[in-house]
Ligand binder design. Structure first.
Ligand code: CA
Length: 386
């Protein structure tokens, strides 16, 4: 079997309202899907992390830089191809967009491997470690409304009522305003319900300490990306000085990027992004590295149904750490804001929201060979911008 073609599909739709996180506002949803075709009619799908114009640039890397390196090779030679592409791109970027581009291709190669074997991805990478997956629903994006705290309070209550196991909010207005938003979310969900706070690295270490102490008072479960991903010393000080769990890692790449993050004891909870850090081949190495440092993993999930399905397999196959009768379980991250590429792109939708509502915040395992998904080609063409 040989790889005959690699295609990036960039999809986009309007959100109808500007949403924000601490770094920027956005009004469009983008998805970057990668399709790998073979001479035996089997096609694999993957996804690259990176919204908006980043996706357009990554398409060029997928099709014009990496595609020529892998055409004509067996799609089953995943390690060979990953290392060939990485080695040839190393001088031009060991993190960031080249690795995001490689991620989508690697995921598609695993989808092909599963289809060839007739096995779901989770069986290829180690088998089932659980029968159902817990889901947390994130929302509370920044919005341009008069009473943001009031809006957050209502939205948090809505996500809890939808059945999710936990929720997550954004901050980013500045430390003092942010604490008011967190208080509003606690009012919305009531005492005892688990929620998390995501700063998208907008604070200095000192500001993060101010916010982090308030999060402890409000019984927040984790404090995500409090400081810049490069600031390992800041992470380390926060982790040593705060009781709230410090989480991060979605902006880190490959085993070589993750190694110092873990060795410097930066995070209580690791959040690898499979569509960015190098794909499934590299995710498995990063997972092993996290577990070697006794750091639990709760995957970062963002994007279309391809990314969600990929993560459902990875979480299915993730071993318990450290193990025990009442072992804390990983959760599937689920964005509750409008995303047609997640909800409407598959011939048979994943229906995460419907399952969560009916089954106490859990979803069934994916089924079918590879990622177990079938893309609706008509839908793809309707939203394709490049
Ligand atoms: Ca995040």
């Amino acid at each position: 079997m040989k790889i005959t073609k690699v295609t990036s599909h960039i999809l986009q739709h309007d959100l109808g309202e500007e949403l924000g996180y601490s770094q920027q506002w956005y009004a469009k949803r983008t998805a970057h899907l990668v399709e790998v075709e073979t001479d035996e009619g089997i096609t694999g799908w993957g996804e690259c992390f990176g919204p908006g114009n980043v996706a357009l640039a990554n398409k060029t890397i997928v099709e014009q830089v990496i595609q020529p390196m892998i055409l004509g090779h067996s799609p089953l030679d995943r390690e060979l191809l990953w290392n060939k592409a990485y080695n040839l791109m190393r001088d031009h970027g060991q993190k960031g967009m080249p690795i995001q581009a490689l991620s989508g291709i690697d995921i598609a190669l695993w989808d092909i491997a599963g289809k060839v074997a007739g096995l779901p991805l989770y069986d290829l990478i180690g088998g089932k470690c659980r029968e159902r997956l817990n889901v947390y629903g994130y929302g509370m994006m920044l919005r341009k409304v008069a009473d943001l705290a009031g809006a957050f309070e209502e939205e948090a209550a809505r996500i809890k009522d939808a059945g999710f196991r936990a929720t997550k909010m954004k901050v980013g207005l500045g430390p003092r305003e942010d604490v008011k938003l967190v208080e509003a979310v606690r009012r919305g969900v009531g005492d005892g319900f688990r929620f998390m706070v995501d700063a998208n690295h907008c604070y200095t270490t000192n500001d993060a300490f101010y916010v982090g102490r308030a999060l402890e008072e409000l019984d927040v479960y984790w404090f995500e990306e409090p400081v810049a991903p490069e600031d390992h010393a800041g992470y380390r000080e926060l982790r040593a000085g705060l009781k709230v769990n410090i989480s991060g890692g979605e902006a880190e790449f490959t085993r070589w990027g993750w190694r110092p993050l873990l060795e410097n004891r930066c995070v209580d909870i690791a959040q690898p992004e499979v569509c960015g850090l190098g794909g499934i081949s590299e995710y498995m190495k990063v997972l092993a590295l996290c577990h070697a440092h006794f750091t639990p993993v709760i995957n970062h999930v963002w994007g279309s149904a391809v990314a969600v399905a990929t993560n459902m397999h990875l979480i299915t196959a993730m071993p318990d750490l450290p193990g025990g009768l009442f072992q804390a379980q990983p959760m599937l991250e689920f964005d509750t804001t409008l995303n047609k590429f997640r909800d409407e792109m598959l011939a048979e939708p994943l229906n995460i929201q419907g399952q969560v509502a009916k089954n106490k915040g859990t979803v069934a395992l994916p089924s079918g060979p590879g990622l177990g998904i079938e893309i609706d080609r008509g839908f793809l063409e309707a939203y394709k911008i490049a």
